[in-house]
Design a protein around this ligand. Structure first.
Ligand code: ARG
Length: 459
């Protein structure tokens, strides 16, 4: 096959070279964006009188047919045509000859590829936003059923203070709200139309870049052609946004894995989201959570690869930039698999309320509340801390807990204690009495869940 750029060459490329520098195996997924972009470019060329209007019409009609044929699986791409851009152009020329050869007027593959990635990325950001929204709605609904489910909150993975499961889940809703925001923000900087940048220095034809942007649904156009062809910030930003999202999923997965262990037994995952062992008949493994935790690493890797690919590149386009796509696509694909699996895994898990409550009752998670009770009787906080510390030590030595000490035992350490301490250190009460905004109390989480529902209506 003759190369579209073959004019100044006397020898054909080495066939392994063709294989080496071809990107069609991974950029063919942008066929729709490439064709839609070309249609908008051709329409503008015709309208501006840069090419005959009839030619523009024939090009657009034929591009539409090519799109239909690709979607019907009737087109095979050729590695020798390098990438999706030249594959489509080659097919166009094979169908309508000289007229097809006019399409690339005033355009370069450099601004073409920049356009295609932006269009593709915009589409995928919208899809990922929907998945994240769905995850948030699921978590928020799940939380609504657990405003009174008590479990220990941890610091240093040591039992710290009792919280409610709603409170714990709503912490993740907050993280995913920020992820959603970051996706919206990344979208803004992706939604800028680079076509018209040409190879790097625009063109002498009177292009109407705003018309192309409007036709393709872009909010703005790039304002410097050298930047227009060589900016991949939006890819890096998306990889970063997705890395943070995966980090949140991974933290949650870590908890799911811990919680489904025999040691915690706070939850049981549905069989649909667990697997067995080929040798140990008793096993039910949280593989999906582990895989999501594991796949987080590859998304981080793509972010580092993209940053590293770009760090030494002089202006403007360099072929290194062809390396942007596989990592970006894999990061997108990975997130698009992980988020829905995670959502269903959470939606179908069973909560072991008794195990959670028992865990909250052990480990002195109510010690702070006991100290606070003393403070409310007028004891300075530092003294209260010391008194409860002594009581905890006493409990450890006698293998008991604060709830089960007799009033005489309390009074032996401080005469301030009376019967009302028992109600104050009940773990249920400890969680439900924390009514500060952002806290675990039922009235607080119920309000947060309602506010989240209102927010979901706006996104
Ligand atoms: N396949 C190329 C890429 O992905 C398209 C742009 C190639 N431009 C060039 N002048 N070689 O970046």
């Amino acid at each position: 096959m003759a190369k579209l750029w073959g004019g100044r060459f006397t020898q054909s490329t080495d066939s392994f070279t063709d294989h080496f520098h071809s990107s069609i195996s991974f950029d063919s997924r942008m066929y729709q964006e490439d064709i839609t972009g070309s249609m908008a470019h051709a329409a503008m060329l015709g309208k501006q009188g840069i090419i005959p209007a009839d030619d523009a019409a024939l090009i657009i009609k034929t591009l539409k047919e090519i799109l239909v044929d690709i979607e019907a699986g009737k087109v095979t791409f050729d590695e020798k045509a390098e990438d999706i851009h030249m594959n489509v152009e080659t097919i166009l020329i094979s169908r309508i000859g000289d007229v097809g050869k006019r399409l690339h007027t005033g355009r370069s593959r450099n601004d073409q590829v920049a356009l295609d990635i932006r269009m593709y990325t915009k589409k995928e950001i919208i899809a990922i936003k929907e998945l994240v929204k769905n995850l948030m709605v699921t978590l928020n609904d799940f939380a609504a059923n657990h405003t009174e489910t008590i479990l220990p909150g941890y610091t240093h993975l040591q039992r710290a203070q009792p919280v409610t499961l709603a409170h714990h889940l709503l912490a993740y809703v907050e993280m995913f709200k920020r992820d959603y925001d970051r996706l919206c923000d990344t979208y803004k900087r992706t939604d800028v139309m680079p076509l018209g940048s040409g190879a790097l220095a625009t063109t002498t034809y009177p292009l109407d870049r705003y018309a192309v942007a409007a036709e393709l649904g872009f909010a703005a156009i790039t304002m410097n052609s050298m930047d227009g062809v060589s900016d991949r910030d939006f890819c890096i930003e998306l990889a970063s946004t997705l890395s943070i999202l995966m980090m949140h999923l991974s933290r949650f997965c870590e908890e799911i894995i811990l919680w489904s262990s025999h040691e915690f037994h706070f939850i049981e995952l549905s069989d649909a989201y667990s697997t067995g062992s080929s040798i140990m008949p008793q096993k039910k493994n949280p593989d999906m959570a582990e895989l999501i935790r594991g796949k987080t690493g590859r998304v981080y890797g793509h972010l580092m690869a993209l940053l590293t690919t770009m760090k030494g590149l002089p202006l403007a386009y360099n072929k290194d930039m062809q390396e942007d796509k596989e990592g970006l696509f894999d990061a997108i694909d990975t997130v698009k698999m992980c988020v829905p699996v995670f959502t269903s895994m959470i939606a179908t898990m069973t909560v072991k309320k008794d195990a959670m409550l028992n865990a909250a009752k052990g480990g002195f998670t109510n010690a702070t509340d006991a100290a606070d009770w003393l403070v409310k009787q007028g004891v300075p906080f530092r003294d209260a801390h010391a008194i409860i510390g002594k009581l905890v030590l006493y409990c450890i030595e006698h293998n008991t807990n604060l709830d089960d000490l007799s009033l005489a035992e309390y009074k032996a350490i401080s005469p301030v204690f009376d019967e009302s301490v028992y109600a104050a250190i009940n773990v249920n009460e400890c969680a439900q009495a924390r009514k500060v905004i952002g806290g675990p109390a039922k009235e607080v989480t119920t309000a947060a869940i309602a506010a989240n529902k209102e927010y979901f209506k706006t996104i």
